[in-house]
Each structure stands twice: as C-alpha cells, then as structure tokens.
Design a protein around this ligand. Structure first.
Ligand code: GLN
Length: 559
C-alpha cells in the first residue's frame, strides 16, 4: 500500500501523567515536527479542561502567558509552541476548553435541539467534544485550502483530574469513531530519580498508565521525562508493567536547548512507530530535521554575549513572558549572540517606595545600567509603572537600545511627555483618571463592563508611513504589516501633533491613521516601541523584526 501522504485524517493524542509542567506541550509539538519532516501537513488542538471559556481573563502569573492568535483568540501558551514549532497559524477553535463545550451544549439545549431529551455529560458533552475535534482538525490552514493530514491533540492537565474526565471519555470513544488505525495515544510521564545511587523510579509512570488504561485508553507510546536518559532497566520495566513494547518507551531527558527535543525523539524511532501505525513512508531525506539539527548546534555554539534587561512584574513564573523570551531567543540566534536576560522587577527601580530595600534598589539600577538593551514588555495594572517610566527615561537619555511592547509603548510616551514636553504628571488614564495630561486613553469602542474577549484583539494592519524609519528597514521594506494586538488603551490621538513636533515619531499607524502603532525617536540609536505584540509571530528561523532590531542594536551590529 502506498498511500501518500495518508488516506484519512490521523490523530495523535497526547496525555500527561504524574504532574503538570512536564513539558508535554513541547513534546507534543516535537512529535508534530517529526510528522512534518516526513512531508505530512500537521495541525494541533490544545484541550484545557478548565471552566474558563478562554485564557483571556486568566492571570499570566498563575497560568502563564495569554497567547494571542490572528483571529483574536486568547489562548493557552501551548498554542504558541505549536505555531512556532509547526510554522502554522492557528485559530481560537484550536483551543478547546470545558467552558466552550458546555456553552455550546447549553446553547443547543436552549434552542431546543435535543428534542426533549435529558442532556447529559455522556453522550451530549462527549459527542460535542468529538465533533469539535473532528471539525477543527479538518479546517483548512489559514488563507489556503490545504487540510492537514495529522492533528496532534494535547490534553492539558494530568490524567485522573476530575475536570478532564469528560475529555478522556470522549477520546476513548473517539478511537471507535475514527478507527484505531487512525489514532495514536501518546502518554507523557515523569521518571524521577531517588536515593544515593540515583535509581530511576518507574512506579509513578506505572500508576498513571494504569489510571489511563482504567479509563479505557491504552497508550501506544510512552514518553518519559527524566533528568538523564532512561536506563535500559527502566525502559524494560515500564514496557512490562504498562503493556507496551520496549521500543515504544521513549526517553525525553533534559537537553541543553529546546531544538534538540525532536531530534532526541527521532533518534529513538518515534517517527518509525508513527509510520507503522499510520502507514506512511518516511522519506530518505528530511531537510526540515536537518534544519533543526543545525539550529540546535548553532544555539549551543553561541559565544559572544548580549544582555537584555527585562523590566516587568515578576512572581517567579517566567512563563508569563514566554513568547517574549522566545522572540528574544530567536533574535539572538539570528544575530549570533548568546542571550542573557536580566530580570528586573520594575517597582525596585522606584525611589522613595515604602518598605523598599535600598540594596535591592541599588542592585536593580546597577543591573539595568550594565545591560546592552532594555525591554519593557506588555502589562496591565499599575504596579511598577513608575519604575518602568524611569527605565524608559534612562534608555532614552543614555542612548541605550530600547524596545517597548504595548504597555512598553505607552510608558515611552508618558515618559517623553513628562520629561521632554514638560507635561507634568502626564499619565495613562489606566493609572490615573485625573491626570492633567491624559496622553494614553481608553479606546472608545472597548466595553467597560465585560472583561472577557473585549479588548482590541488579534491581527490588524499597520501602515508604515516613513521610508527612512527603522521600522521600514526591519520589516523588509514592507509598508503594510500585520501583527497581533491585545490592549484597551491607546495614545491620545489629539496630542500626536505636539508629541511628533518634539521628536517622537509615530512611523506606523492603523488603517484610520488615528491609532498609533509604532514609535521611534530619531536622534537615538534604537528607541523603538509597538502598540502590538510582535512576539506572537516569531519563528526560530524568522525572528520577529523588532526583537531582531533590538538585539542587533544592543550588540552594536547595525540599526
Ligand atoms: N494595559 C495596557 C492596555 O490595556 C497595555 C496592554 C498590554 O500591554 N497588553 O492598553
């Protein structure tokens, strides 16, 4: 049989066991990369069993970054992993939550679609989940009529959670709906090391696979996360107790960089397992994987350092800025520099703050001043705002390269108005409703009563209006660019003329010319800020232009 690429949609279902934060998303995206390397078109769905409709109202400090999609969907950060790894554009429906499924079923019930029947988790919720997965898997890729060959479905959370039960049950039924030859269950688990001799313990994996099998799903492949590679002993034991062949137990040990994960799985025959199951041929040459290999080597070989101070709000969860970190990483590869991020808590830069520690204050300033470039990322709420303004002032007056993103643009405007135009107490109405100079204001069309999904969201066009600008050069001399947004406030359109006269230029605006998208200051090596979030469209081999500009300027190459 030589079906190319495959005869029917194939599904790879990735579940997780033992604990969360295992890197299931990266593992699942890496499987996608391997399938892609065999010439298959791959799409992805992330299931989040929480009750929220989407991640839009969730705190990034609790859940990690909110990832914004082209269509305005506010999704789990794993969607970002899929877009970056698979180089695809996904939509809000690629992120399925309990909230979305229940809303849909309850809406149908209110319409009378169930014809008087009692509406239940099984079969109504479980059917609706299966329909959703099938429909979304078959959606053509953005802007094309190309339908994927394989859909990777990642189930968030850990097997055995109360919330994920309806999804597990739906996926159990799904194997009969699509046929077992079209579905492959991959379970990602943890193998911890205990004791003085460092023995790898397989019991947690055994338990979580038993739980999964008790729910009617037998994994085809088990991927074990561990510090060092899985010993032969551990592999045999897991195979024996978990009802899989030893060659279907793969080891995903810690690696020096993320690009090595697909390579590691490939070396152990992950793609062979999938090709046996799904009946496709693995081509002899797989240039895509060669690229990944090259990237992995390149990242390990970077020597010359560049340091970027990230001035934000921190709570120890660096996932809250995941895409920004990725964008910096991609730009660091393209500019051949080893990236060193200095995390600076914005409020520690502020003077006269009650209970601020003078030593921490001094240390924060020292680290800020030592950095080669300064980045103020997006944010909400007023903590640390004054510290960010001081950082922007320092960048502007010391000719240190500055990149401001969304809030970082608004901060740059406030600072400029206060210190260059002398508009005392300029502010955003987000932080001070009674400011004498409201230089950043609430956008008129935004709801004041509903928080979910009501911001200016998703991909919008920016028109670059100055061919001499850095923006024009960075975006390959394109005048029309499309980037993703997520904000409620904007630079006050009534004040643009005065601000521009003083030397801050808005070189990118929206279609109406009323909304400021990109700013630059001309007598500065690199002072650049965007109202949009360029970090959401970065790719390993195509870094986001503003980040590339920052790294090139910070490492004194060009720009
Ligand atoms: N809080 C600001 C606004 O709503 C900035 C948002 C952001 O940085 N994403 O406009």
């Amino acid at each position: 049989m030589d079906l190319y690429p495959v005869d029917a949609m194939k599904y790879v279902i990735v579940s997780g066991g033992v604990l969360s934060g295992l890197g299931k998303g990266v593992t699942a995206s890496s499987i996608g990369v391997l399938l892609k390397s065999a010439g298959l078109n791959v799409t992805a769905i992330k299931i989040d069993p929480y009750l929220n409709s989407d991640a839009g109202t969730m705190s990034p400090f609790e859940h990690g970054e909110v990832f914004v999609l082209d269509d305005g969907g506010e999704a789990d950060l794993d969607l970002g992993n899929y877009e970056r790894f698979l180089d695809v554009t996904l939509g809000k429906d690629n992120n399925l939550t309990t909230g979305k499924i229940y809303s849909k079923v309850i809406e149908s019930e209110r319409r009378g679609d169930y014809l008087g029947k009692t509406v239940q988790v099984v079969p109504h919720i479980t059917d609706s989940i299966q329909d959703w997965i099938e429909d979304v898997a078959h959606l053509p890729e953005n802007g094309t009529n190309k339908i994927a060959d394989v859909c990777v479905v990642e189930l968030g959370g850990t097997v055995g959670d109360i919330e994920s039960a309806p999804f597990i049950e739906a996926l159990r039924q799904f194997q009969f709906r699509v046929g077992s030859e079209n579905i492959c269950f991959v379970h990602v688990s943890l193998v911890p090391v205990m004791g003085p001799v460092g023995e790898q313990k397989t019991k947690p994996t055994q338990h979580s696979v038993r739980e999964l099998r008790g729910l009617g799903i037998t994994p085809d492949v088990i991927i074990c996360r561990s510090k060092t590679s899985l010993t032969e002993d551990a592999r045999q034991k897991i195979a024996l107790f978990c009802h899989v062949k030893p060659n279907a137990v793969l080891s995903a040990s810690d690696v020096s960089n993320i690009y090595k994960v697909p390579l590691l799985l490939d070396q152990q025959g992950a793609l062979v397992l999938l090709s046996n199951k799904f009946k496709f041929k693995i081509p002899v040459n797989r240039p895509l994987l060669d690229n990944w290999r090259e990237m992995a080597i390149q990242v390990d070989d970077l020597e010359k350092e560049v340091s970027i101070a990230m001035v934000g709000k921190y709570t120890g969860l660096s996932d809250s800025y995941l895409s920004v970190i990725k964008a910096l990483n991609h730009a660091s590869i393209a500019s051949s520099r080893k990236l060193n991020i200095e995390w600076i808590e914005a409020s520690n830069l502020e003077n006269n703050v009650a209970n601020s520690d003078p030593e921490i204050h001094a240390d924060s300033w020292e680290r800020l001043k030592k950095a080669d470039g300064i980045l103020v990322p997006g944010g909400f709420g007023d903590r640390g705002i004054e510290g960010k303004i001081l950082a922007a002032e320092y960048a502007r007056t010391s000719s240190t390269p500055y990149l401001g993103i969304c809030l970082g643009l608004q901060i740059a405007v406030i600072e400029f108005c206060r210190n260059v135009l002398g508009w005392k107490d300029s502010n955003s109405t987000e932080f001070n409703d009674n400011t004498p100079y409201p230089v950043v204001i609430y956008m008129p069309e935004i709801s004041k009563t509903h928080l979910g999904g009501t911001m200016r969201l998703g991909s919008r066009r920016t028109i670059i209006n100055d061919e001499k600008s850095i923006a024009f050069k960075l975006y390959n001399e394109n005048k029309n660019i499309h980037e993703r947004h997520r904000h409620r406030y904007e630079v006050n359109p009534d004040l643009i003329e005065s601000i521009e006269e003083a030397g801050m230029k808005f070189v990118g605006k929206d279609d109406t010319g009323q909304r400021m998208e990109i700013l630059e200051i001309s007598d500065h090596p690199f002072f650049f800020a965007t109202q949009y979030h360029p970090e959401f469209k970065t790719r390993p081999t195509q870094p986001s232009p503003p980040f590339y500009g920052l790294l090139m300027a910070a490492s004194k190459q060009v720009y």
